[in-house]
Design a protein around this ligand. Structure first.
Ligand SMILES: Nc1nc2c(ncn2[C@@H]2O[C@H](COP(=O)(O)OP(=O)(O)OP(=O)(O)O)[C@@H](O)[C@H]2O)c(=O)[nH]1
Ligand SMILES: [Mg+2]
Length: 404
């Protein structure tokens, strides 16, 4: 019995989601976007006929709802039905009249806040989710770390009693170590968000640091980014698409991407192809190389920092197979997770996957996926064509399996 986080890969790491009645802490370092982790879970829960109480103490509920809407997570129908209740612990701070039915007049008082939270927990229907946004703001507002901890303890037993799941946001400002440790200790599950600066690019990762209901944790750090609409996407910043001249690299990138650009002249790529892919919760940037040998000097540069590689070969042209392997060397991407696209499988004389494996001397674990043009009648000489979306889906599935 779990509540989905709305993020496929995170659900998988948690063996399905957050256990019902358990508490999950989204612990982030300052500057990392964390809000959508709670929002994605909230919206998935409401869509699954769940009920929720959302405690907000660091922005006006109207702003929060606008943010949700921006991500295509419009909660107003759920509010109307009564399945989503906002507890406004913010307007009172500015001595403004709240526009919510439920509010706390003096949010700096932990007694008032907790009274309101407990009242709503009794009222909300099952299965229920409490979103606490945010715990760090509660500490800042009340300036009473001890009181917040004892509130959390009472809250936990209340959650258990009412079988309510909690997801709470916490930004790791420089609080005392004992406070941070005690908070982590109190929660059943801790999901850490952090950002790492790599060269000039800032990358964010999530990981499950604790989940009491699991015997063993998968110690994985999953790169993510937040896109609107869509929310949290597992983000693979660079996949290299390479392969011999005329194999179908540009066709692959264009067919796979929601947005793509190529720099082509007379039907061949002369600089690079770039595309952005959105697929089952993954966001991926594809970088393609030209195929002609005169571009070999720039291949190493194009391959830098790739996390995986898609090698496109023309299944009817075994002469290109050796060149494909050479391109892996030139781009310095041997050893990275790789998938072979056996393209043009629709053409007469196309070799089977096993023949290609044999000829290319590829290990058994390297996936080879046959790919065909979506409509062979529309294929034009020297012009990238549209490839079959189902085949492309298989390529990404295999690739993501090996990368994350
Ligand atoms: N029948 C068939 N033709 C294909 C397929 N994929 C690509 N083509 C055609 O093959 C030719 C080359 O495709 P591109 O996508 O331009 O190949 P490329 O690898 O980017 O080529 P370079 O950039 O010049 O190295 C084009 O005429 C495409 O229309 C396929 O699956 N089936
Ligand atoms: Mg090309």
């Amino acid at each position: 019995m779990v509540i989905s986080t709305g993020i496929d890969l995170l659900d998988r790491l948690l063996a399905g989601g957050i256990k019902k009645g358990a508490s999950a802490l989204i612990m982030s370092t300052p500057g990392v976007e964390d809000l959508q982790f709670a929002h994605q879970c909230l919206f998935a829960h409401l869509n699954n006929k769940g009920h929720a109480v959302y405690v907000v103490n660091n922005k006006k509920p109207s702003i929060l709802k606008a943010t949700l809407k921006e991500f295509d997570w419009d909660v107003s129908p759920f509010e109307k039905k009564g399945s989503c209740i906002f507890l406004d612990c913010y307007s009172g701070l500015l001595s403004m009249k709240s526009q919510e039915k439920d509010y706390v007049s003096n949010p700096t008082s932990i007694a008032e806040t907790s009274e309101a939270v407990f009242r709503l927990l009794k009222k909300v229907k099952k299965p229920s989710l409490l979103v606490f946004d945010s715990l760090s703001s509660l500490i800042d507002l009340t300036n009473a770390e001890e009181d917040v901890l004892s509130f959390l303890k009472r809250l936990k037993s209340q959650l258990k009693e009412s079988n309510t799941t909690m997801i709470a946001l916490f930004t790791r400002w420089p609080y005392s170590k004992t406070t941070i440790d005690s908070i982590e200790e109190l929660f059943d599950c801790v999901i850490r968000l952090k950002a790492i600066e790599q060269k000039v690019i800032l990358r964010s990762y999530f990981s499950v640091a604790k989940a009491k209901w699991l015997a063993q944790l998968e110690k994985k750090e999953i790169p993510y980014k937040i896109v609107s609409p869509g929310g949290v996407k597992v983000f693979i910043p660079k996949i290299l698409v390479t392969g011999p001249f005329n194999a179908g690299k540009s066709s692959f990138i264009h067919s796979a991407s929601t947005r793509a650009v190529s720099v082509d002249r007379l039907g061949t790529t002369v600089a690079l192809d770039h595309g952005h892919v959105d697929f089952r919760g993954f966001a991926v940037d594809l970088f393609g190389t030209p195929g002609q040998e005169r571009f070999d000097p720039i291949l190493e540069m194009l391959g830098g920092e790739a996390l995986g590689v898609i090698v496109v070969v023309d299944s009817t042209d075994p002469k290109g197979f050796a060149r494909a392997k050479e391109m892996l060397e030139l781009t310095k991407t041997e050893g990275l997770p790789a998938v072979i696209v056996a393209n043009k499988a629709d053409l007469e004389g196309a070799l089977s996957s096993s023949k290609i494996r044999e000829r290319m001397k590829l290990p058994e674990e390297t996936p080879i996926i046959p790919v065909v043009a979506e409509d062979i009648k529309k294929v034009r000489k020297n012009k990238p064509c549209k490839l079959n979306p189902e085949d492309i889906g298989k390529v990404f599935e295999k690739l993501f399996e090996t990368i994350v």
